[in-house]
Design a protein around this ligand. Sequence first.
Ligand SMILES: CC(C)(COP(=O)(O)OP(=O)(O)OC[C@H]1O[C@@H](n2cnc3c(N)ncnc32)[C@H](O)[C@@H]1OP(=O)(O)O)[C@@H](O)C(=O)NCCC(=O)NCCS
Length: 176
Amino acid sequence: MAGEHGASLRNCYNTKPVMQLTVSLRPANAKDCSMLWEWANNPMVRASAFKTDPIPLEDHTQWFEEKLRDPHCFIFIAENEEGIPVGQIRFDIEPDGRAVIDLHVAPRQGGRGYGTMLLKKGLERFSAETKTSCVYSCVKVGNDPSRKMFEKTGFALEEQKVVRGEKVYYFTFCRP
Ligand SMILES: CC(C)(COP(=O)(O)OP(=O)(O)OC[C@H]1O[C@@H](n2cnc3c(N)ncnc32)[C@H](O)[C@@H]1OP(=O)(O)O)[C@@H](O)C(=O)NCCC(=O)NCCS
C-alpha cells in the first residue's frame, strides 16, 4: 500500500538519528503478548496513560489478540543491534482517517534515544504501509521526555487541552 501519501509523509520529518544507535522495526506478533504486558505495567508507562491502574494479564491478552486482528491497528517492535526488544509503537487508524500514536520504551531502556528513534522509524514504516496522512498523540502535561521526543521529531504542538480530566499536549503531524 506504499504510495504517494506514504512518500509525502516520509519526506516531512527529519530522519537523522539523534544518537549513534540503531533500531530495526518488525511487526508485533502473538509471541510478544507477555513481553508487552510487562512493558505496559511498567510504572513509567502506567503513569503516562489515562488509566493508570495495573493491567491484568487476561485483559491485556484479550485486548492484544483483538489488536493483532484489527486491520486499522499497526504495532511495531523496535529491536536494537543485538536483537533485544527495546520499545513498541502502535498506530490506531480512527474513523476520521487520522491515526493515534501510542509508544513506550522497555523497562530500563529510557533516556538512551530509543524513544526518539522508535517514533521516527515508526512514522516511516507506518507511512510506507498506509495512506494515512495525519497522526496525533496526547501527552500528559509534565511528561517531559515524551513532549521533547514529539517536538524533536517535528510534531506540531496544536494546543493544550483537557482529555479525560487530564491536562494534555495535543501533538499532530500531517503531510502538507
Ligand atoms: C516517552 C518515552 C518513549 C521517551 O523515550 P526515551 O528513549 O526515554 O527518550 P529519548 O532518550 O529519545 O529522549 C527524548 C528526550 O527526553 C529526555 N529525557 C529522557 N528521559 C528523561 C527523563 N527521565 N527525564 C527528563 N528528560 C528525559 C531526553 O533527554 C530527550 O530530550 P533532549 O533531546 O532534550 O535531551 C519514554 O520515556 C517512555 O516510554 N515513557 C513512558 C510512556 C510514554 O510516556 N509514552 C508517550 C506517550 S504516547
